[in-house]
Design a protein around this ligand. Structure first.
Ligand code: SF4
Length: 307
């Protein structure tokens, strides 16, 4: 069957992509989305929803769910799946950013805030102290808010992981992204063992927090390799996992090897649950921060019920 050519968001560079129907999500531009954009601009803030051209932006932003991207818009790595700009950042972290994020989250009335960032391998701590300052600013502004950090690997520096954990995030998230065989091609500059060590160290530092990770499929991996990565994640103490379909952000990024079928995502979810993950989100358009608050609430409710 001929598949339609669609646009994702406002990005015309995606018009080359022929997506199966289950990867298409209608994009609307509502006054609420426009006002969120304005607020981010006014406060000098960035979102990964825009920078990564996320297909869920319309849905998430209609519900005021935005994932803040700290430390600028230029990443020191060059992952071949990612739409964020690559290069050498020309600015130090903005000391005002933690407070601006906290105020933005408060004015949106967010009960669960997700923070992520570009890689900042140019900074001595990879940006860890900036993450910590933002978590603290959020908790100072609204003590009931839960905070999820989706961090880089800090080049495996455990002191950076400790610095972030010392600010008591409720969820420590770090994505492994793909299977080890594809790292060189997909995620040069990273290694699976290093990412697993980051997650395991966060587990040790924050025994009661949720430790979360995620990966994409559609880059050339097979099911056995995905299951193997899930096993590694469980051994590292990860309790929550996201699995989504890789979508090529532009012609300059890696092509999609295969679109996994919706039933295959469901099968992976069943499998992951059976492996002991407390929370699993698996679907074509699942992203790390997609409905992250719901995922956190689910784990918290289950934990309370077990006590
Ligand atoms: S899934 Fe995450 S990155 Fe995508 S729009 Fe929603 S909050 Fe933003």
């Amino acid at each position: 069957m001929k598949q339609p050519t669609v646009r994702i968001g406002a990005d015309r560079s995606l018009e080359h992509q022929r997506l199966p129907a289950h990867c298409i999500r209608p994009q609307r531009r509502t006054p609420q989305i426009a006002s969120l954009e304005r607020m981010l601009r006014q406060k000098g803030l960035h979102s990964v929803c825009e920078e990564a051209r996320c297909p869920n932006r319309s849905e998430c932003w209609s519900r005021k769910h935005v994932t803040f991207m700290l430390l600028g818009r230029v990443c020191t790595r060059a992952c071949r799946f990612c739409a964020v700009s690559t290069g050498m950042p020309d600015a130090a972290p903005d000391p005002d950013e933690p407070l601006q994020v906290a105020r933005a989250a408060a004015s949106l009335g967010l009960s669960h805030v997700v923070l992520t960032s570009v890689n900042r391998d140019d900074l001595p701590d990879g940006g860890a102290s900036h993450y910590a300052a933002t978590v603290r600013a959020l908790k100072d502004e609204a003590s009931a808010v839960s905070v999820e950090v989706l961090t880089p690997d800090f080049q495996g520096d455990r002191r950076s992981v400790e610095r972030v954990c010392a600010a008591s995030p409720d969820v420590f998230n770090h994505n492994v992204e793909t299977v080890p065989r594809l790292y060189k091609r997909v995620r040069p500059g990273a290694r699976l063992e290093r990412s697993l060590d980051v997650l395991a160290h966060a587990r040790r530092m924050r025994p009661t927090a949720v430790v979360k990770s995620g990966l994409m499929v559609g880059l050339g991996e097979n099911e056995e390799e995905v299951v193997e990565v899930l096993e590694h994640l469980r051994r590292a103490g990860v309790d929550s996992v996201t699995i989504g379909q890789y979508l090529r952000p532009s012609r300059h990024h890696l092509p999609v090897d295969r679109y996994w079928e919706p039933h295959e995502f469901q099968e992976l979810a069943v499998l992951a649950r059976a492996m002991g993950f407390a929370q699993v989100a698996s679907g074509p358009l699942v992203r790390s921060s997609y409905r992250a608050g719901d995922a956190y609430d689910e784990i918290s409710a289950n934990r309370s019920a077990e006590e």
